[in-house]
Structure formats: C-alpha cells, structure tokens
Design a binder for this molecule. Sequence first.
Ligand code: UFG
Length: 340
Amino acid sequence: MQVLVTGGLGYIGSHTSVLLLEKGYDLVIVDDLSNSNEKVIENISQITSKVPVFEKIDLKDKESVSKLFNNYDFDGIIHFAAHKSVNESVNYPDKYFKNNVGSLENIIYEIQKLKKPMNFIFSSSCTVYGQADSMPINEGFELKKAESPYGQSKRKCEEILENFHKAGHNFKNITLRYFNPIGAHPTSLIGELPIGIPENLVPYITQTAVGKRDHLTVFGNDYDTNDGTCVRDYIHIMDLAEVHITCLEKLMNIKDNSFFNVYNVGTGKGTSVLELINLFENVNQLKLNYKIGKRRDGDVVIAYADTSKIKNELNWTTKYSLENALKTAWNWELNINKNE
Ligand code: UFG
C-alpha cells in the first residue's frame, strides 16, 4: 500500500510517517522544507530502520503535483502540508491562502483524474470552531468565522472537500480537527522544531526551561476560568499520529466510495496554562521562569473536545498521558540542545 504523506517532515507528519513505516506502508513523503529540515528523514529512518521515498516538492506548483501523481500510484493520501503560524498569517494572509488552499486544490485536481477512489485524510484544526458557545465542542457545532487567515484557510479547505464530496467524485475522505498537539517521540529523535521564536505554549516552555528564552509570558490571567488562564485540550503527538493509521485503515476497508466524515481529535480534557506549567515543573523536577502578561489578541478562552464521535464510530481513544507528553517534550528539547 503506497501512501503519500504531504508535509511528512513536519511535526505531526514525521510522527505519523514513523507509525506508517512501522505498520509496513510504503511511503512517499513530500515536503517543501519551508518549515522543516531534511535531517528529519535520517531520524525517521533511524527509528524505523526504513528509508521512505522523499520528494522535495512545492505543492502550490500545479505541474509538480501532476508529475507526482504520474510517477506514483497512491492508495492513500494524508495531507498535512500547510503553513501554520497564526501570527504570520495575520501579516501575510495571501501566503496562507495561496499555499494552504492552493496546494489542496492541486491535489484534488489530480484525484479527480484517477480511476480508483482515493482514501484521503485532511488535517484541519479546532480553530474552525472559534470560541464555541459551550464545552465540550462536538463536530455538530456551528463553525464560526475564524479569527486568523490561517484559520480561514483551514475552513476554506474543509468547504472545498465538502463540495468535492457532494459533487459525487470517487473519493473517501476523513477530515480531522486537531486540538493542541504536544510532546515528542519516546526516542527523542523527532519532535516539534519551531523556527525562530515559538508561538505555541509547550515549545516556549521547553525553550525557557533550557535557557534559550529568559522567561515565559502567560498571556492573561483574568479570563473567566478556574485560575484565570486559558484552557486547551492538549493531545500527545503519538496519539495524534496514531489516529491517522486508524482513519486510513477505516477508509481502505470501507466499501462506500463516497465516505465523508469529520472528527475531533483531542483528549476531551481541558487544562489551563497554569496547570500545564505546574505539571511541567512537577514531571520534570524543575522551576520555570514565568510572568503573567497581557492577553494575546485572538485567543479563545476555552476549547476542549467532545471525543465521543471518534470513540463510537472508529473505536479510537487516546492512550498517552499529559505527564508523558510533557516529559517527552522536555527530553526532546534536551536532545536538540545537546546536538547544537
Ligand atoms: N500561551 C501563553 N504564552 C505563550 C504561548 C501561549 O500563555 O508564550 C497560551 C495561549 O495564550 C493559549 C495557550 O497558551 O492560551 C495555548 O496557546 P498555543 O499557541 O500553544 O495554542 P493555541 O490554542 O492558541 O493554538 C492552537 C494551534 C493553532 C490553532 C489554534 C486553534 O497552535 O494552530 O490552536 O485554536 F489555530
């Protein structure tokens, strides 16, 4: 079974690629290296003792995507490749639409030409819910206008997929709305590699703990939550990687050639910023230098998933603990630092 993994050298893509290789899938990893590093291939190979095919391709380029589909005969596609910085998207909205939406359009165009039904998994985000009116968030909740062009681009991609499905093409699709992925592979050989100053909480925490940053700023402690800080649903990257295998197998085995579904991927548990910091300190036996600062523009106050749909329909639940995610995130940071 040959699987195309776009963005396969990125944070979620690399962990998923490892599991796919371990399961015996034949992989073609496509990445433009805009937010990743070719060395990740070596680390994937070290973990799995297998060498995946790697193609450096910019998926915005229609001709390159055409060539890719002519050269291989994919049985499944997991489409991770996208720009993901909320901040950057505010300053360069065009870059986000061109890349995130344009790449998907090019891939869909090729899928349309195929004679067999494609098994397709799309990476979306809980950002499509905006600030939901109640918790936990289920897949039936109204999608709100996303705050950032990044969020809008994910929303647009979901619409494109829905229209494609409605048009009756030979196409089986699962869209996954991720909550907040954290942690790293147990070997510490792959993990999150933010370029420049991290925007996300956990890489900022680990970089502060290791001394790359002076202190962490907690963005607001006057929200209407238990301790005043924002609440998120932090999911272990290994769990998140695994869900893609479950979904791919579901798509490959299902007879309905127009299967189309959307699932939340989270733990179902909300954790505040301060709770996460405390847990990080306890699990790793260290003290973190942090200060309370102003609220960050565009932050939702609370977001955690209702996970019953994926549990009931795909029999999938998370296995890893938050403690393990914070331990592996720290080990990963120590490992990168050792090599620098
Ligand atoms: N936070 C801090 N200090 C930091 C960084 C983050 O206090 O230095 C706080 C944020 O205010 C937020 C929480 O930590 O309350 C989590 O922030 P992240 O940036 O890690 O995650 P977000 O929930 O804001 O963003 C994530 C994804 C985005 C996606 C968004 C959808 O990273 O891709 O969820 O809600 F768009």
